[in-house]
Design a protein around this ligand. Sequence first.
Ligand SMILES: [Cu+2]
Length: 131
Amino acid sequence: MPFKHFFLTLGFYFSLMLSAFSQNTPTLLTTIFEVGGNCGMCEKRIETAALGKGVIKADWDVTTKKMTLEYDAAKTSALAVQKRIAKAGHDTTFVEAKAKPYNNLPGCCQYERMHYIESPQGSDNHGNHNH
Ligand SMILES: [Cu+2]
């Protein structure tokens, strides 16, 4: 029964293709978090720091202080992005900027520091895998 066999094989390959496809589907997520900052210069600095591997779009709003981040969860995490932003001197929802990069910001950019209830860096450790 070569003809019937052909269809069985076809069905087999089709299901293989499907499973391969679903494994390769990018895990695109959009998340919003807060980033401290004052002006257009801050916006540029924050968005530049946010961009990196797996980041599709980073848009920070001067008025609302909210960052809208589009990223591929298979390649990066919102925490990794927030760590980069904090390194550039800007507090984020989960990561507090260190004094040094903050003090290095131009005077006009020294925004009012964000207030953390408890160790912000530790609060998301469960989602922090080894990358
Ligand atoms: Cu600024």
